[in-house]
Design a protein around this ligand. Structure first.
Ligand code: S3P
Length: 173
């Protein structure tokens, strides 16, 4: 089977679905955020705080290039901003089948309201956070759509159900 690449906004379920897919298929699981944190030996929030977003985006691009060079095989869960750069979209496409986990603002807001780990949503109040999510999602949606081979709505779905749907797609892709 081709590699499976999950993209989508923060809180769309990429990490959980990737884990379920890895368990179901026995394929290797790789999470770009987690690997960048391990490589850098610090949290993403620290990278944003000390070097800024562009430096983090450069790390993401370098990481994808490295995966391609190494001939990565498996399930890849990506950071929510990964597809925003055109260069990254091209790299993701080369790496495997790109699946966009499309999630509504209401669901994302519900999941992210008590979360303080995402630097791009820090400093927001509960009310302003939902608006920020809506604005960011609207501006990113064209990039997510352009990057993806398949779009899977997640709102009404369980993690296991999403993994099954993706595997069905992969069987015919
Ligand atoms: C980001 C999403 C995060 C992480 C970083 C930036 C984004 O990943 O890469 O905080 O720009 O949407 P998750 O989507 O796994 O939360």
């Amino acid at each position: 089977m081709d590699n499976i690449i999950l993209i989508g906004y923060m809180g769309s379920g990429k990490s959980s679905v990737a884990k379920a897919l890895a368990e179901k298929t026995g394929m290797e699981l790789l999470d770009t955020d987690q690997r960048i944190e391990e490589n850098e030996n610090r949290r993403i929030s620290d990278i944003f705080a000390s070097e800024g977003e562009t430096a983090f985006r450069d790390m993401e691009t370098a990481f994808l290039k490295n995966l391609l060079d190494e001939g990565f095989k498996g399930i890849l869960s990506t950071g929510g901003g990964m597809p925003v750069r055109e260069e990254n979209r091209a790299l993701l496409k080369k790496l495997g089948k790109v699946i966009y986990l499309k999630t509504s603002v209401d669901t994302l807001a519900m999941r992210l309201i008590g979360d303080h780990s995402r630097p791009l949503l820090q400093g927001e109040t509960e009310e302003s956070k939902k608006q920020k999510i809506a604005d960011m999602l609207a501006s990113r949606e064209p990039a997510y759509m352009a990057a993806s081979d398949a779009v899977i709505p997640t709102d009404e779905m369980t993690t296991a159900g999403l993994a099954d749907e993706i595997l069905t797609y992969m069987a015919f892709a």
